[in-house]
Design a protein around this ligand. Structure first.
Ligand SMILES: [Zn+2]
Length: 347
């Protein structure tokens, strides 16, 4: 497994990173998007001299994101996009990635569900064989596409039998549809043994995070940062032991958190929440997992003990099975010593 020391670390700091919140379409770099557009005979989504996607509001980000995503037209495109990200981050110390896949988008583009999954699974296996990196798939339904499609997607995922599908999630516009309307889809996913997560509290208040967690029986929440503004909700979520997927670059770029203020993740960590740092859409926010940890160290003043706690929480929160977690602990060199730190740190 390829491991490199993170840039700003001392010898006793963790040397590996994880990416538990990464949208596959969000890994597509501009140059790769242009080459896929050429290959598929569709208009390029950005000009050929674009080195990074441009947007200044969340709405503009969504518009660019949709335009770029349309260049993915075949199973081999999905395979290439998956492989490209895994190979690039495996060389920077990342040992585990969970990709969020929204099958509805690619079905619209003419790629059926099973072709999507087998293409991505091929890439996951090839990357593991070449680099040792481990990865899993989280099938996501898209909130603004409604509960009916969500249920169909959950049933497809449950019936697929793909060993790499380990989770089920909810993405999309938080302001549309009550989370409880997706309960039927999440019950199907839960029965299939998938780990459950959903985007919440990126834009809406803390109460909506608690409502989403309870409605869908989540073990993790994507973002969830508004919880830091409501101490009674935060206390209840700590008691539920919900994990938080924190995406610093994304929050700063989309202005879900102000760069001049302390990021809410500091309060979540202080309160004893389980936290993992992740990229969200790395090609859009010019980030990789090791950069997110570097940011956490510089912006949140993460101590060495807290960095080890994040490693342990990331493995603990991951949706993969225990045999993969053992490999991750080995790769992270999680020792009895740093595990023993945990109660002391949390206390
Ligand atoms: Zn996300």
């Amino acid at each position: 497994m390829a491991i490199s020391k993170l840039s700003s670390q001392c010898e006793c700091a963790p040397s590996v990173t994880f990416d538990l919140h990464c949208h596959l379409r969000g890994t597509l770099q501009p140059a790769h998007a242009i080459s896929l557009a050429r290959r598929n005979g569709v208009p390029p989504p950005v000009s050929s001299d674009t080195s990074q996607y441009g947007f200044s509001t969340f709405e503009e980000f969504l518009a660019v994101y949709d335009r770029v995503g349309h260049v993915i037209r075949s199973p081999s495109d999905l395979r290439d996009v998956t492989l490209s990200y895994l190979k690039s981050v495996s060389g920077t110390g990342t040992v585990y990635v969970e990709f969020m896949i929204s099958p509805g988008h690619s079905i619209t583009n003419g790629i059926d569900f099973s072709s999507q999954i087998s293409a991505i699974a091929d890439a996951i296996e090839e990357a593991e064989a070449e680099t040792g990196i481990q990865s899993s798939i989280i099938i996501t339904c898209v909130r603004h596409r409604g509960p009916e499609e969500a249920l169909e997607i959950a049933e497809l995922a449950a019936a697929s039998g793909c060993k790499h599908i380990r989770g089920f999630g909810l993405t999309g516009n938080e302001r549309l549809f009550d989370a409880a309307q997706f309960r039927a889809a999440f019950l199907v996913a839960q029965s299939a043994g998938f780990g459950l997560t959903a985007h919440a509290g990126e834009w809406l208040p803390a109460e909506t995070v608690l409502h989403t967690i309870k409605s869908l029986n989540l073990s993790r929440v994507g973002h969830g940062i508004s919880v830091a503004h409501n101490m009674s909700v935060l206390a209840e979520i700590v008691s539920l032991n919900t994990g938080f997927e924190i995406c610093l670059s994304s929050n700063f770029a989309l202005k879900a958190a102000r760069e001049c203020d302390q990021h809410p993740a500091r309060l979540l960590i202080n309160a004893g929440c389980r936290v993992a740092f992740a990229t969200d859409d790395p090609a859009y926010f010019q980030t990789i997992p090791s950069r997110e940890i570097d940011l956490a160290i510089s912006r949140l003043n993460l101590t060495i003990e807290e960095q080890w706690r994040v490693v342990n929480d990331s493995i603990d929160m991951a949706f993969c099975d225990e045999s993969v977690k053992r490999k991750l602990r080995l790769a992270a060199q999680v020792s009895d010593t740093n595990i023993a730190l945990q109660p002391m740190i949390r206390g």
